[in-house]
Ligand binder design. Structure first.
Ligand SMILES: C[S@@+](CC[C@H](N)C(=O)[O-])C[C@H]1O[C@@H](n2cnc3c(N)ncnc32)[C@H](O)[C@@H]1O
Length: 359
């Protein structure tokens, strides 16, 4: 039995992958075929770019519905696969499934690789940041909060300081891998931060103490800091001659919820006629909860993974890059008002550039 995490149930629900929770292993295999092929492709590409790869880490492994681990294991050199996720139960399912397949299909493969579930937050800071956000929240929403000119600026500074403070105080494991895979986890990490700052925003908007413009700037800053940090963690946990594979679903939609700041951004784009016809905003409903709407974030945010990887991982060279769609769950696609049924994933394979670091 894998140890349970210290995270509350509600938090785990927030980060659960969209569309996977109610479907069986068989169904998810059917709907996720292309996505699974993409994840497996990227991992194999990364392995191909490393000599004698032995240790692999998969961040956001969850139930491992979306990667063909048996294929990855079949590379003779692979000895150890660490599966990282916050969700202990998901990892338990993944390990149980793989072991049952190994036993029934290829009993000899069990010798080739160890699977280790690692229940961890791969930002290594979420808990700290939550505490600090709560502190800011009570400071800025209480009657004693400093009012007057410069308050907005102070708020931005306090939020960014909380994030940087949490980054400073955390410990990244020293363990390094030949290949590290970021399995559609960046958008989830970003969404957690969006949800945190939105709570604060709601309190302050109610009191008319912040402007929308401020929030858009702040969201962009937070996106930048968190994205860069994710790439830093990937770099630090990769051996000097290793490779990284980043897959990210860039979506505005998060468990059916569009962030209010994004909603306003989209509204502004629609007013200017900047949104392509098929992505016109439909009926968002009063609270902006739209289960059916899916719009790729990178069209209106600076979320292009390859570009960001190039910018934030200068020691790495992009060796392959590909896009594919996922979440083709027919139940979702058949819903009334479904505008855009499949989310797009970008997979980028990066190899550490030894020569560049020596320059
Ligand atoms: C989009 S899912 C990937 C799908 C997963 N590989 C599967 O097949 O079930 C992202 C996974 O990242 C995990 N996750 C989200 N934020 C995390 C964090 N900060 N640290 C570790 N895992 C996280 C979620 O629990 C989820 O299982």
């Amino acid at each position: 039995m894998i140890q349970n995490t210290e995270y509350p149930e509600s938090f785990l629900r927030q980060i659960e992958v969209v569309g996977s929770s109610d479907i069986s292993q068989e169904d998810s295999e059917k709907y996720w075929t292309e996505h699974k092929a993409g994840m497996t492709w990227g991992t194999q590409e990364a392995l191909s770019n490393v000599w004698n790869p032995q240790d692999i880490a998969i961040f956001g492994a969850g139930k491992c519905n979306d990667i063909r681990l048996l294929e990855v294991m079949q590379r003779g050199s692979v000895k150890n696969i660490d599966l990282y996720d916050l969700d202990a139960n998901g990892l338990e399912i993944a390990i149980g499934y793989v072991k049952s397949r190994i036993n029934s299909i290829m009993p000899e493969a069990i010798n080739f690789a160890n699977f280790n579930p690692v229940v961890a937050d791969v930002t290594f800071m979420l808990k700290n940041v939550f505490k600090k956000f709560n502190g800011i929240r009570s400071d800025f929403t209480s009657d004693f909060a400093p009012v007057g000119p410069g308050r907005e600026q102070k708020l931005i500074e306090a939020i960014l300081k909380a994030i940087f403070g949490a980054l400073d105080g955390r410990q990244i494991p020293e363990k390094q891998y030949d290949v590290v895979v970021s399995d559609c986890i960046l958008s989830q990490i970003l969404a957690v931060f969006e949800i945190q700052i939105e709570k604060l925003r709601d309190d302050l908007l109610e009191k008319q103490e912040v402007s929308i413009g401020l929030w858009e700037d702040l969201e962009r800053d937070v996106h930048g800091v968190i994205t860069k940090d994710h790439f830093d963690v990937l770099s630090q946990m990769t051996k000097p001659n290793g490779a990284v594979f980043v897959a990210s679903d860039s979506t505005l939609l998060y468990r059916g919820k569009v962030s209010k700041a994004h909603f306003e951004l989209l509204q502004a784009m629609e007013e200017k006629g900047d949104l392509p016809q098929e992505e016109r905003i439909r009926d968002f409903g009063g609270d902006y909860v739209v289960e059916e709407l899916m719009i790729p974030r990178f069209k209106c945010m600076d979320g292009d993974i390859a570009r960001m990887a190039e910018k934030h991982m200068p020691d790495f060279e992009i060796v392959e890059s590909r896009k594919w769609e996922w979440n083709r769950d027919p139940h979702e696609l058949q819903k009334d008002g479904c505008v855009f049924g499949a989310e797009e994933v970008q997979g980028v394979v990066l190899k550490r550039l030894l020569t560049k670091t020596r320059n």
